[in-house]
Design a protein around this ligand. Structure first.
Ligand code: SAM
Length: 344
C-alpha cells in the first residue's frame, strides 16, 4: 500500500465527525484523483485548478475548477489582449505596480509587528509558481506575501520569540508554515489536514524547507504521544489524529479559511481538543459564513459570533479586524475577519 492509501485507510476508519463536511466532500474524489496523477513540479503553475481550492494558488489569474471552459477561454483572451503588463487598469496601473504595492504593504506590516523583515525571506520556487517576481534579489509570490501579512497580525500581539509550538489545522498548501519556519527556524509546527491535502502539503514542505525539517504523515500514523515529537521540526498529521492534542500543551492554534468550510459540529469537535491547552487561538474566516444552498456549500454557515461562542469564556478576544491579503481585501464579496484570542 502506498503512502496516500495508508492515510485514507486510517481516515476511513476514523469516526464520522473527522470526515469532510458537505463543502469539501464535493471536491474529495476529484482531488484524490488529481493527486494520484499530478506532476508535482507543476503544483503552483495553474495546471491543476482543483489544487487552488486549498492553497496552491500562486496565480496571477485565477480559474475556478468549476468554471466552464468557454468562460476560461474568454477570460484568457481578454486578459492577454488588454491586461497583462500594459498600463490599461485605472491609475495607469501595471501588474508590476500591483506587485510593488503588495511588497511595500507587506514590508510595512512587518515593521509594525516588529517581525523579521520580508526582505530576509523568499518563496520556494518548487511547483513552478505562475506569479513569481523579485525584489532586492529575492523571489516572492503574492500568496507568499499574504502569508507573511497574516503572520504579522498574530505577531503584533503574540510576540513570538521563535521557540513556540504552533498547531495548524487545514494547512492546505503549507505556505503559512513555510513563511513561519523561514522567519523563525526553531518553531515546532504540527500540521493537521484531510489525507490528500496533507499528502500534497508534505510534498510541498519537504521541498520548500528540506526533507530534514519535516516528519512524514506516513511515519506519524504510529504516533501516540505528541510530546515525543522532535522540537524545531514540522510534523505532518492526519486530521483524525486531532484527539492526540487533548494531552498536549502548545502556544498557538491556527486555522485560516478552513473552519468556515466545515459544519458547526465538526468545528466544535476540533475545538474541544485544544481549548485550554493553547495560549492563543488565531482564526481567519468568512465573517458571515461560507456559501450555502439546498445542495451545495456548507449546510449551516458559521458566522463570527458562532466562533466567539464556541471558543467560550476561557478566552479573551484580543483583536479582531477585517482580513487583508498583501494586495487586496480578502474576498471583496463576503468579507473575512482575522481574530486572535488569548487564554485568560
Ligand atoms: C481553503 S483551504 C485553506 C488552506 C490554508 N489554510 C490557506 O489559508 O491557504 C481549507 C483547508 O481546510 C481543510 N479542511 C476542510 N475540511 C476539513 C475537515 N473536516 N477537517 C480538517 N481539515 C479540513 C482543507 O483540506 C483545506 O486544507
Amino acid at each position: 500500500m502506498d503512502h496516500l492509501d495508508k492515510l485514507y485507510q486510517a481516515y476511513n476508519a476514523a469516526p464520522e465527525i473527522f470526515h469532510a463536511g458537505r463543502y469539501w466532500k464535493a471536491y474529495e474524489a476529484k482531488i484524490v484523483d488529481e493527486v494520484r496523477n499530478a506532476d508535482y513540479s507543476e503544483l503552483r503553475s495553474g495546471k491543476y485548478p482543483i489544487f487552488s481550492t486549498f492553497g496552491f494558488n500562486d496565480l496571477v489569474y485565477h480559474y475556478h475548477p468549476t468554471m466552464p471552459a468557454y468562460v476560461k477561454l474568454a477570460r484568457q483572451v481578454v486578459r492577454n489582449l488588454f491586461i497583462d503588463n500594459r498600463a490599461s487598469l485605472p491609475y495607469s496601473l501595471r501588474l508590476e505596480d500591483i506587485r510593488e504595492m503588495a511588497y511595500q504593504y507587506t514590508k510595512a506590516q512587518g515593521e509594525l509587528a516588529q517581525a523579521p523583515g520580508i526582505e530576509t525571506v523568499e518563496t520556494s520556487l518548487y511547483g513552478n509558481p505562475q506569479d513569481v517576481f523579485s525584489f532586492k534579489g529575492k523571489s516572492y509570490t503574492t500568496k507568499f506575501l499574504t502569508m507573511y501579512v497574516r503572520h504579522c497580525f498574530v505577531q503584533k500581539y503574540a510576540h513570538l520569540t521563535g521557540n513556540e509550538t504552533i498547531v495548524e489545522l487545514g494547512s492546505g498548501a503549507g505556505q503559512q508554515v513555510e513563511v513561519l519556519k523561514k522567519l523563525y527556524p526553531n518553531l515546532t509546527i504540527l500540521c493537521f489536514d484531510l489525507p490528500a491535502q496533507l499528502f500534497l502539503c508534505e510534498k510541498y514542505l519537504t521541498n520548500a524547507l528540506g526533507n530534514d525539517q519535516v516528519t512524514s504523515s506516513e511515519f506519524n500514523l504510529q504516533v501516540t504521544d505528541l510530546a515525543q515529537l522532535e522540537k524545531g521540526k514540522v510534523h505532518m498529521l492526519g486530521n483524525w489524529q486531532f484527539p492526540l492534542l487533548k494531552q498536549f500543551t502548545f502556544d498557538v492554534f491556527w486555522n485560516a479559511a478552513s473552519f468556515g468550510e466545515m459544519e458547526p459540529g465538526i468545528v466544535a469537535n476540533y475545538l474541544s481538543y485544544i481549548k485550554g491547552n493553547c495560549r492563543w487561538i488565531y482564526l481567519m474566516q468568512a465573517r458571515k459564513g461560507k456559501e450555502s444552498t439546498a445542495e451545495t456549500g456548507v449546510v449551516k454557515p458559521i458566522v463570527f459570533d458562532d466562533y466567539q461562542t464556541m471558543i467560550g469564556p476561557d478566552y479573551q478576544l484580543i483583536k479582531e479586524d477585517d482580513a487583508f491579503d498583501a494586495n487586496r481585501r480578502v474576498s471583496q464579496t463576503g468579507g473575512y475577519f482575522q481574530a486572535l484570542w488569548r487564554l485568560k
